[in-house]
Ligand binder design. Sequence first.
Ligand code: PXP
Length: 254
Amino acid sequence: MLKLGVNIDHVATLRQARYRGMERGEPDPIAAARLCEEAGAHGITAHLREDRRHIVDRDIVALRRAVRTRLNFEMANAPEIVGIALSVRPDIVCIVPEKREEISTEGGLDVRGHEAALRETIRRMDDAGIAVSLFVDPEPSQIEASARVGAGFIELHTGAYAEVFHRKAERNRELERLVAASEHAHRSGLRVNAGHGLNLENLPLLHLVPHLEELNIGHSIISRAVFVGLERAVKEVLAAMEGYGGTSRPSADA
Ligand code: PXP
């Protein structure tokens, strides 16, 4: 079954818009995580950015206590954040590139260019019993590098697919790249998650990408929740994920 991890960063984004620097404030990302789990989400994802623009340190500690499903801690491979991950002990970390000027994580991680540093972090996470996923573009060289450094999972960056979704030829090309990347990763012994820019409109075609275990979705769920509430927003996405077979091939007319 395809699982859903809800990224709750943007609940914290809203809180920080008014309560930055304060010890409390609304909306509370921990309460949001509980609601997502009650609505059927299989995991909660949160990104402690180095600039602490949304999730802050106390959120991660509180999430570790509150999350009953699976806590996925998104992080840059930076010494301070690695130390926090090792002390908080999420179920899995997803290592992402981080640039201060970006609005959200933009491109995938350059695994090939940072093999030694990633291998070291993966070794430390392994020793602590924390699974590791690497957020990568659907590029053969990055997938091969992910297998070489010993990651258990990759998360395929679906941002390019989401961005060109309304242009059929480009969308089919991006879909083919995701299919090929997922097959390549699976053959290399990697487990495959995916995320970024996914929504109710572009989810159905993603069913054509094989071997997916989990989707991480944030922005579209939190946005929809403004109008229909978090519980319904999560349930709508779960319904759109139902029936995923994981083995079909896209047709050119998809
Ligand atoms: N996966 C990763 C690795 C991300 O960095 C993000 C964005 O924080 C997401 C998934 C969720 O993307 P979106 O908010 O566009 O659904």
